[in-house]
Ligand binder design. Structure first.
Ligand code: ARG
Length: 263
């Protein structure tokens, strides 16, 4: 069973443009966003996950994307340092929640950007960490020191896949979803060397955020419209849950971005 941290979309909106998906001309429908977020929460509860809620704060519309709050192991959190000022004000609220819930809060030097699980995903005993858009490559060394496990650094090269969790999703230590074109050739090779079995996600489904999936046991939550990926996952014995995520994709996020794994 997993415990996940979610943040209700009370103050969610697109009010700035900090990635290739966000457009001030394409505002999310608030009511529909709330419905989609509730759908995600209910699905997580339905598969037996526990859900904790981070209190949303007005003025921080991207706080719903809790995956960017940091990375958690046991009772320690490595807090993120947001690349953009537009999100920097989320950090004190994140730190406060973790402190109040008994976590030891570890930090990376302020001049290094690091966006939590958005760019750092555990795959067995190794961490795969992305850089190029949001997280500084130098921050990866801090992840390594904090986790006391090796980090494989991969370079993200396509602005539509600006966080690692938009183009890569570890399912097991030896199995993952990957949209290869989001990485340079060295990064692709590094992942292929590390993970023997990969489901390669097409550009079309990757742009529907197929890789932005939440895995819990044999269950996988992913955005709707990614049938090819779903079928391939089902062939491997996974039970897929396709969720409506349109209003969050307008801000450049979907299922995985909306949840931080606590345990
Ligand atoms: N609008 C948010 C941003 O640009 C989306 C974050 C998506 N989060 C993620 N883990 N990929 O920062």
């Amino acid at each position: 069973m997993h415990r996940m941290l979610l943040c209700p979309p009370e103050f969610y909106e697109v009010r700035y443009e900090i990635n290739a998906w966000m457009s001030l001309a394409d505002a999310p429908d608030h009511e529909l966003a709330v419905k989609q977020w509730e759908g995600l929460r209910e699905c997580l509860l339905g598969i037996g996950c526990a859900v904790d809620c981070l209190p949303p704060q007005s003025g921080w519309p991207d706080m719903v994307f809790t995956a960017n709050a940091g990375v958690v192991r046991g009772t320690s959190v490595l807090l993120s340092n947001f690349r953009h000022e537009e999100r920097a004000g989320e950090s004190p609220w994140n730190a406060l929640w973790f402190q109040q819930h008994g976590y030891e809060v570890a930090r990376i030097p302020a001049h290094l950007a690091f966006e939590g699980e958005g760019d750092a995903l555990q795959c067995g005993k190794v961490w795969v960490c992305g850089y190029g858009f949001r997280t500084d490559e130098k921050a990866h060394r801090w992840v390594e020191d904090w986790a006391r496990e090796p980090v494989v650094s991969v370079h993200l090269v396509d602005p539509h896949f600006y966080h690692l969790d938009t183009c890569f999703c570890p399912l097991r230590e030896d199995f993952a979803l990957l949209h290869p074109e989001a990485f340079d050739s060295i990064g692709q090779n590094a992942i292929r060397t590390l993970i023997p079995e990969l489901i390669e996600v097409t550009g079309e489904e990757a742009r529907r955020f197929a890789c932005n999936a939440i895995v819990s046991g044999s269950h996988i939550l992913l955005p709707e419209g990614c049938e090819q990926t779903e079928h391939r996952l089902q062939d491997h014995g996974y039970q897929t849950h396709a969720l409506a995520m349109s209003e969050f994709i307008k801000a450049g996020g979907a299922c995985k971005c909306l949840a931080l794994v606590l345990e």
